[in-house]
Design a binder for this molecule. Structure first.
Ligand code: SAM
Length: 220
């Protein structure tokens, strides 16, 4: 099998995307483990992870790399966050903010083994309650199904270092089911653009039909 590094810590094995497993032998969501030349990789399913889908769709700006500190809003049970944990590896960290106690129960199991994933049962609107623990970060990543997604994203950009990237999966149906998704996306982008610069956006079809994936950069 041929392994090609598409971004630092992100690999293509044959036609599949994968990350190097930080905890060999451990699966997080039933993903396939593949060993090539003594290194174990976790396949990264674009139908289960919007970041994987965005990479498959040709994402250009990938700031997530070894040693990065990532603030992840809407970690759920840790599917995407665990792949980010593989990429940032031991020297990086993933602050996993999640509001649902039910999701947190599963997330905790993953975080017990993955020491660079720090679970926080918090509402991403209430930044003051986790500001002290998070400090400043290299990456902001948001995937929350909430009506006020844009406000949450803007509020949390305070943690982001200048010049760094912020990634967001925008779910128009959570914002307003009655409007055309294109108009909801445009409003989100125009609101956030008052604080950060849009550098890239992509629809995630055929992997996901419900979100627009966008990348912003905090000004210097
Ligand atoms: C689509 S799921 C995230 C999936 C996950 N990002 C992944 O790829 O593995 C959205 C998550 O956002 C969480 N959420 C919604 N509102 C939130 C808020 N205000 N603060 C923190 N998490 C929130 C939900 O509980 C849910 O787990």
């Amino acid at each position: 099998m041929e392994v090609k590094e598409v971004f630092k810590g992100v690999y293509r094995i044959d036609r599949r995307l994968a990350t190097l497993n930080l905890i060999p032998g451990m699966r997080v969501y039933g993903e396939e483990l593949i060993t090539v030349n003594g290194r174990e990789y976790r396949t990264w399913n674009p139908y289960r992870s919007k970041l994987s889908a965005a990479i498959m769709k040709g994402l250009k700006n990938m700031g997530i790399k070894s040693g990065a500190d990532v603030l992840y809003l809407g970690a759920a049970t840790g599917t995407t966050a665990s792949h980010i944990s593989d990429i940032v590896a031991e020297k990086g960290s993933v602050y996993c903010i999640e509001i649902s106690e039910r999701s947190m129960r599963d997330l905790l199991k993953t975080c017990e083994r993955r020491k660079n994933m720090l679970p926080m049962l918090e509402d991403a609107r209430l930044t003051n309650s986790y500001a002290y623990d998070v400090g400043s970060v290299d990456i902001l990543y948001q995937d929350v199904s909430a009506k006020d997604q844009a406000d949450i994203f803007i509020r949390n950009s305070v943690f982001l270092k200048k010049g760094s990237f912020a990634y967001v999966a925008i779910k128009s149906q959570s914002i307003d089911v009655s409007r055309r998704p294109e108009s909801v996306y445009a409003e989100f982008i125009s609101k956030v653009s008052m604080h950060m610069k849009l550098v890239e956006k992509t629809i995630l079809e055929p992997y996901d039909r419900m979100h627009l994936f966008a990348v912003f950069q905090k000004p210097y």
